[in-house]
Design a protein around this ligand. Structure first.
Ligand SMILES: CCCCCCCCCC(=O)SCCNC(=O)CCNC(=O)[C@H](O)C(C)(C)COP(=O)(O)OP(=O)(O)OC[C@H]1O[C@@H](n2cnc3c(N)ncnc32)[C@H](O)[C@@H]1OP(=O)(O)O
Length: 206
């Protein structure tokens, strides 16, 4: 079941990428739109959920997650814990490949997507360190172009904790060079910690 959803999401990612790249006659767009509409009706018939209405898909992030969900076509997806990852120092390593649909300035990834990746990375680092929380502040530095179409190496870690506040940092690297980095403050939230399955909030959590 999951495999089927992951395959569907992968096809939709291709569809998004091609929609951005393609140019052609109106008739080709019309035919493609009709065929997509047929797919939409298959999915709509299988759910009671209304598009756009918050579904509250749960915690921790799963197959439908916005950044790492293999079943979410909007997720690049970000692969957490790739080989050669998580060192003894508690770093979280991830791989992510953006595409043309994520372009901002010509030939480089959009800064909003870069920030989203870094936000997710610090969230993962806080959770791995036993302090799952929500980002309340994220400062991003864009050092050089973050490319798309190539795997990006993402590293993050919890740096410190004071009561419910968790401080974390993250970088995106390509060819061993940092393209963007972030520092973040997260606040532990008991509801997340309870759902994160064994990951416990830090001292002073609500
Ligand atoms: C398990 C795997 C995890 C995977 C990663 C998932 C990544 C997802 C990343 C996200 O997208 S997070 C979503 C974006 N963030 C939000 O939606 C958070 C919006 N903010 C809130 O909902 C509330 O601020 C929150 C529930 C997090 C906290 O509200 P509270 O009322 O419980 O806390 P409070 O306002 O008392 O603040 C707690 C502490 O944080 C401090 N604080 C709050 N906002 C701050 C800020 N902006 N900067 C610095 N510190 C801040 C605040 O001063 C205080 O410090 P002290 O404990 O020292 O008094």
């Amino acid at each position: 079941m999951l495999e089927g959803k992951a395959i569907l999401a992968a096809r939709i990612r291709e569809l998004i990428e091609l929609t951005v790249l393609v140019d052609g006659p109106e008739s080709m767009f019309a035919e493609a739109a009709d065929r997509v509409a047929a797919v939409v009706s298959i999915l709509r018939a299988a759910t009671d959920s209304e598009p756009g209405v918050p579904a509250g898909r749960g915690w921790p992030p799963g197959v439908d997650d916005a950044l790492e969900g293999v079943g979410n076509p909007l997720a690049p997806p970000m692969i957490i814990g790739h080989p050669g990852e998580s060192g003894a120092d508690g770093e979280v390593a991830a791989l992510v490949t953006l595409g043309s649909a994520h372009e901002g300035a010509p030939g480089r990834a959009h800064g909003g997507w870069v920030a989203a990746i870094l936000d997710h990375a610090v969230g993962r680092a806080a959770a791995q360190a036993g302090s799952p929380g929500m980002t309340v502040s994220l400062t991003v530095d864009y050092h050089r172009a973050t490319p798309y179409g190539v795997p990006l190496d993402v590293r993050s870690r919890r740096v410190d904790q004071a009561g419910r506040k968790v401080f974390a940092s993250a970088e995106i690297l390509t060819d061993g060079q940092v393209t963007a980095s972030a520092t973040a403050t997260l606040v532990t939230v008991r509801a997340l910690a309870n759902k994160a399955g064994g990951e416990r909030p830090g001292p002073g959590s609500d």
